[in-house]
Design a protein around this ligand. Structure first.
Ligand code: GAL
Length: 618
């Protein structure tokens, strides 16, 4: 278990580096991440490398006893490279170039840039791959940040056509799969297929889904090229990437298969401000973040990671600069977030960043040190956390309670065709997670193919595409199952199955969804002491109604060990469905007071009190 920090030696005079390194160690930090935005200093002129400054930085940090994580600098290609390859920049959905002057100004499909990215990765890995101080690598930085996973460039279009030819074999197959007879959208060759932007009204959702899958594959391919080089030149070091919060632009399960450790960047206050939380939640948790934001991502990315190895590569230390409003965390929150990450099994928490840089875009973003070099409030909390984590020990034996199934494919389907505003599979997963966690349960968020052995409860909040074998696995599962709306109602090509739902799912729930409606918040459904909203699936079959509204709508059914919720997994009816399922599953549970969360690891019970920023464990 390590605490670390993101450090930019290139921002500070060299004379300060030894003091920084010493102070990091004194604070109890043992890891430092460097280099991910330093391309213009590493290679100031094409082909001319300036290694000496970075050599000295690496030596200084190593001499202080810090394990170094180096980032490949491909998120910030220098100006001279953009001048050399002007069409390497991505085009946005309106066809406008996303130019130089900030970061992530590249298109994943541009072959010339791909070559440059491999070249600089090789150069850095050759220089530091065998250095005893280098313990790990981070590839690039936050793939997809600033909405960059998709590009609508000529390079992307050409690569997309090749991808389609590989997937469908013939254009007739593509026309059939997508239903292109509708509106005379049929193609006569793959060369006629454009990207799905710039159409008069919405493009075919199957076209969008293919483009989302393609764009994800391009990210995975770009990353894999770097991983291959790092494995060759720096054997024995972990390779990581830093994922983001509430971000689904590529399939993280796929990406993680190529990594040793999946990292993510945790900014709970920024996320609370920027994402769809209620006004009440934004008010009550303004300085804490909603109590499930961090934990949801810990459990999601642990489930994505190849061997369950994950970490927090960036942790918010104070106000950020990029949300609508940027308050400071309540005193105690930096420590709470840190301990909570370890309670969920993190191997490392690394703060972003060491020292606030007084210039450029992030001058309002806090660090552990203020711009003048004196400690900021988070510094003391980081030091305290360092002492405490040693006492906690690694969380490797958390009991399995509930498995929550989530897939990126299903999320793309709900984003492309939400049918009701905001009805996304990711948010369904978050709400269902919150219901489970309000009962004090441990939750593992898993991709559809995962073995369900050992769980007592499986929750599928919203999974339009049933993955192969999932219905069978659920059929064999002896614990309790809760299934949410829209599930099994599309095939892998975004079409409604001939039997209206996936055949295995029909067996499981003893019937099928025959029609669906989405409901605005004005159309709330109420029952005896409960409310439901957002969606209503109409079911026909052998299952028994369990929750029926005052006006007669059946909002959830029960069939053997399966509960089917026809409404969106938000609101008190869904909470009750989850609570009944937890009870029937024999799970120890208890409705926790608002803002209190728990996590069990082995015999240790952690309690996180968000309203007061207190943590207790024992
Ligand atoms: C992350 C990013 C960092 C920094 C940080 C600020 O998204 O990886 O480089 O910009 O946000 O909060």
């Amino acid at each position: 278990m390590h605490l670390g920090v993101c450090y930019y030696p290139e921002h500070w005079p060299e004379t300060r580096w030894p003091q920084d390194a010493r102070q990091m160690r004194e604070a109890g930090l043992t890891r430092v991440r460097i280099g991910e935005f330093a391309w213009s200093r590493i290679e100031p002129e094409p082909g001319q490398f300036e290694w000496r400054w970075l050599d000295r930085a690496v030596e200084t940090l190593h001499a202080a006893g810090l394990g170094i994580i180096i980032g490949t600098p491909t998120a910030t290609p220098p100006r001279w490279l953009v001048d050399k390859l002007p069409d390497m920049v991505a085009l946005d959905r309106d066809g406008k170039p996303r130019g130089f002057g900030s970061r992530r100004h590249y298109c994943f499909s541009h072959e010339g840039y791909g070559e440059e990215a491999r070249r600089i990765t090789r150069a850095v890995a050759q220089r530091y791959g065998q250095h005893p101080g280098v313990v790990a690598w981070q590839t690039d930085n936050e793939y997809g940040c600033h909405d960059t996973a998709q590009s609508f460039s000529a390079a992307a279009r050409n690569a997309f056509r090749g991808w389609l030819a590989d997937r469908y074999g013939t254009v007739a197959n593509l026309n059939e799969a997508w239903g292109n007879v509708f509106w005379s959208m049929e193609y006569r060759s793959f060369e006629q297929v454009d990207l799905p932007n710039l159409t008069v009204t919405e493009a075919n959702p199957a076209h969008w889904l293919a483009f989302r899958r393609f764009s994800s594959d391009q990210v995975i391919r770009f990353n894999r090229a770097q991983v291959d080089i790092l494995r060759e030149l720096s054997p024995g070091r972990d390779i990581m990437h830093n994922a983001m919060g509430f971000y689904t632009g590529y399939d993280h399960h796929d990406l993680a298969q190529d990594l040793d450790v999946l990292g993510w960047d945790s900014y709970p206050l920024g996320f609370l401000e920027m994402f769809r939380f209620t006004e009440e939640e934004k008010r009550d948790f303004a300085r804490q973040g909603h109590p499930d934001i961090a934990a949801f991502h810990h459990d999601l990315y642990r489930g994505c990671a190849r061997d369950g190895r994950w970490n927090v590569l960036e942790q918010q230390p104070g106000p950020v600069n990029w949300a609508r409003h940027n308050p400071a965390p309540l005193p105690g929150m930096v420590r709470l977030w840190t301990i909570e990450a370890f309670a969920h099994g993190a191997e490392m928490v690394s703060y972003f960043r060491w020292r606030q840089f007084p210039k450029a875009q992030e001058q309002m973003h806090a660090g552990l040190l203020r711009p003048d070099g004196d400690p900021a409030p988070a510094f003391a909390e980081a030091s305290l956390s360092a002492q405490e984590i040693a006492a906690i020990g690694a969380c490797t034996d958390a009991p399995k309670h509930a498995a929550l199934i989530f897939s990126y494919d299903s999320e793309w389907i709900t984003q492309i065709q939400p049918q009701g505003e905001g009805r996304s599979a990711l948010w369904a997963a978050f709400s269902a997670y919150s219901s489970l966690r309000s009962l004090g349960l441990n939750v593992d968020i898993l991709p559809p193919g995962t073995d369900l052995e050992g769980y007592n409860l499986v929750v599928i909040p919203c999974l339009p595409v049933m993955a192969d074998g999932l219905a069978d696995a659920l059929g064999r599962f002896e614990g309790q199952i809760v299934i949410g709306p829209r599930t099994a109602t599309r095939d892998a090509e975004f079409a409604i199955p001939s039997g209206l739902v996936d055949a295995g799912f029909a067996n499981l729930v003893g019937g099928k969804i025959v029609r669906s409606e989405s409901l605005s918040d004005r159309l709330q459904i109420t029952g005896d002491g409960w409310t439901a909203k957002g969606w209503l699936d109409h079911y026909e079959g052998a299952a028994e109604p369990e929750f029926v509204s005052s006006s007669g709508e059946v909002c959830s059914y029960r069939h053997r060990n399966v509960r089917l919720s026809c409404v969106w997994p938000e609101g008190s009816m869904f909470d009750q469905v989850i609570e009944r399922a937890a009870r029937d599953a024999g799970l120890p549970h208890e409705r926790l007071p608002r803002g209190i969360r728990r996590r069990t690891c082995g015999t240790t019970l952690f309690t996180f009190d968000y309203p007061t920023a207190q943590v207790s464990f024992g």
